[in-house]
Design a protein around this ligand. Structure first.
Ligand code: THU
Length: 157
């Protein structure tokens, strides 16, 4: 038997340490939380994707009384980007969240497994790594790719 450790590379930034384009992306994700429809969980999530053409698209979680029918912010954003700009890759993604208590989440938000898998497919389609910024109140985690957010990912193509 051998043991193997799989590490996730994370850089921790403050908002002010980010480059201007990334600060803009974080701002867009934070703004998108305001367009969330989350009457059930009251957990409002915003996602912003900067495309390879510089365009920024956003999404927020949209819940539904038929619970499984709702969609996370990350998938709203990536499916919107995929349907509006089908042949444009993703450059970077930022995710932000506001908790039921009303303030921004303390620890950087952790996207769910389904969103990681969905985003991974768009990373593959992009043909290059997509940087990920997970936003918290004080700290912002930067991961170099979606793949690094989903080690041992299922890939079929
Ligand atoms: N949610 C997201 O939008 N993104 C995540 O990364 C985690 C969870 C949403 C789904 C649901 O509307 C609410 O947050 C509570 O789980």
């Amino acid at each position: 038997m051998k043991e193997k450790e799989i590490a996730i590379p994370v850089r921790v930034y403050s908002y002010d340490e980010l480059e201007a384009a990334d600060r803009k992306l974080v701002d867009a994700a934070r703004e998108a939380t305001g367009r969330s429809y989350a009457p059930y969980s009251k957990f409002r999530v915003g996602a912003a994707i900067r495309l390879d053409n510089g365009q920024v698209v956003t999404g927020s979680n949209q819940e539904n009384a038929a619970f499984p029918s709702g969609t996370c912010a990350e998938r709203t954003a990536c499916y919107y980007a995929g349907s509006k700009y089908p042949s444009v890759g993703f450059e970077a993604l930022a995710v932000s969240a506001v908790t039921p208590a009303g303030g921004e989440i303390e620890e950087p938000v952790a996207p769910c497994g389904a969103c990681r898998q969905a985003l991974l497919e768009y990373e593959k389609l992009s043909g290059h790594p997509v940087r990920v910024l997970l936003v918290g109140k004080e700290a912002i985690y930067e991961l170099p790719s979606v793949k690094s957010l989903l080690p041992l990912a299922f890939t079929e193509f």
